[in-house]
Design a protein around this ligand. Structure first.
Ligand code: NAP
Ligand code: MG
Length: 402
């Protein structure tokens, strides 16, 4: 069989620990034999980030601006223990944070749905993608504890010196205060990323805030979404036969629980933090969650939602076989290859991405899976495979699909 040609590269960001081991296996067994793979490679493994003083992360983000499509392996976000373990020069920042800030992006998380791994919510038949606004609110808040009576105020001093004040509370005793903010351009970018991703994946978009209580703050989010939708997306949505739907966060939660799924739920920063964990655990397994960073400028970076699976890696280093689930990482590759194919009009590449995804799903649905899935599947007597056997089984199914 002739290999599928690529005209433009994708940006490849290698990573750490067990997912780095899977990365090579996936390329060797599931991609290189079938695709004449072109990538612009960056090693974001912690050793190389430390050696390059994290310049490699910046280079990888800039390359993503150039080529528009990237695939990323999970990476270690250093903490004190990692600084020790890897003898780091510095506690380098989270690569995902750096890349997100450079691309202005919004992260969309979506579960991979297969028969036999049933969501805890019975009505959910299709995936629910969560879009989390990753800037501001409580994550950039200033807080104060007050010890006794006194007056708390919000004070804004404009550049021309004009002062605006609002009373927060006249304290008669001790208490706490918090000041939050967000920025117009960040909310606009968030809205555009959501509308673009909805069009891209042909799914309805829901957005929810607490605008009835927060008549200025949350209401501004609602208004920005509504204005951008009316101006730039209404017609496109009609053509694509999808809808934009705004509702109060309480109502959204109630509706989500009774829905069939198959839509994108855009959330403010805190809501997205909480709801994405709820959705991923209710869909079954973190190892089956994909994640894509979509920028309003049309850049896409695909990855698995889980981390580097450190505990498995230590067992792997000790010479043991692990049963680590590679599906979300494989779907990161297929997401990037499909997007590359769509942008380049390379239909063979698009078809290959779908065939590889189907091979993963077929493998699990035939009862062959990794341990994490075997523990939660409704399929009787599943066969538990190790990391390499599972990928080999997917390859066998892929060869039949092609
Ligand atoms: P993790 O890598 O997501 O793993 C947590 C646990 O979840 C694992 O120990 C394993 O449970 C299970 N698990 C996750 N993915 C799995 C898979 N593919 N197959 C089978 N089981 C899987 O989280 P962590 O151990 O807390 O974090 C490890 C490192 O990842 C940290 O250094 C963190 O900074 C980094 N991280 C990176 C990203 C990213 O790059 N996007 C995201 C999150 C975390 P069992 O051990 O019970 O089998
Ligand atoms: Mg969280």
């Amino acid at each position: 069989m002739e290999k599928i040609k690529m005209t433009t590269p994708i940006v490849e960001m290698d990573g750490d620990e067990m997912t780095r081991v899977l990365w090579t296996m996936i390329k060797d067994e599931l991609i290189n034999p079938f695709v004449d793979l072109k990538t612009d490679y960056y090693d974001l493994g912690l050793v190389n980030r430390n050696e390059t003083e994290d310049q490699v992360t910046i280079d990888a983000a800039n390359a993503t601006k150039k080529y528009k499509v990237a695939v990323k392996c999970a990476t270690i976000t250093p903490n004190a223990q990692r600084v020790e373990e890897y003898k780091l020069k510095k506690m380098w920042k989270s690569p995902n944070g750096t890349i997100r800030a450079m691309l202005d992006g919004t992260v969309f998380r979506a579960p991979i749905v297969v028969k036999g791994i049933d969501p805890n919510v019975k009505s959910w038949k299709k995936p629910i993608s969560i879009a989390r606004h990753a800037y501001g609110d409580v994550y950039k808040a200033t807080e104060m504890k007050v010890a006794g009576p006194g007056k708390a105020e919000l004070v804004f001093t404009a550049e021309d010196g004009t002062v605006t004040r609002e009373l927060i509370h006249d304290f008669t005793g001790a208490g706490v205060i918090q000041g939050q903010h967000n920025c117009q351009d960040s909310i606009e970018n968030f809205a555009r990323s959501c509308f673009e991703f909805a069009l891209d994946t042909k799914q309805d978009l829901w957005f929810s805030t607490k605008d009835t209580i927060s008549k200025k703050y949350d209401h501004t989010f609602k208004d920005i979404f509504a204005e951008i939708f009316e101006k730039d997306y209404k017609e496109k949505f009609e053509k694509a036969n999808i809808t934009y739907f705004y509702t109060l966060i309480d109502d959204a939660v109630a509706r989500v629980m009774k829905s069939e799924g198959g839509f994108i739920w855009a959330c403010k920063n805190y809501d997205g933090d909480v709801m994405s964990d709820m959705i991923s655990s209710a869909f079954g397994s973190l190892a089956m969650m994909t994640s894509v960073l979509v920028s309003p400028h049309g850049y896409y970076e695909y990855e698995a939602a889980h981390g580097t699976v450190q505990r498995h890696y230590y067992r792997y280093l000790a010479g043991e076989k692990t049963s680590t689930n590679s599906v979300a990482t494989i779907f990161a590759w297929t997401g990037a290859l499909r997007k590359r194919g769509e942008l380049d009009g390379n239909n063979d590449l698009v078809k290959f991405a779908s065939a590889l995804e189907k091979a993963c799903i077929d493998t699990i649905e035939s009862g062959k899976m990794t341990k994490d899935l075997a523990l939660i599947t409704s399929i009787e007597n599943p066969t538990v495979l190790d990391s390499a056997e599972f990928i080999n089984e997917i390859r066998t199914n892929l060869e039949q699909n092609l």
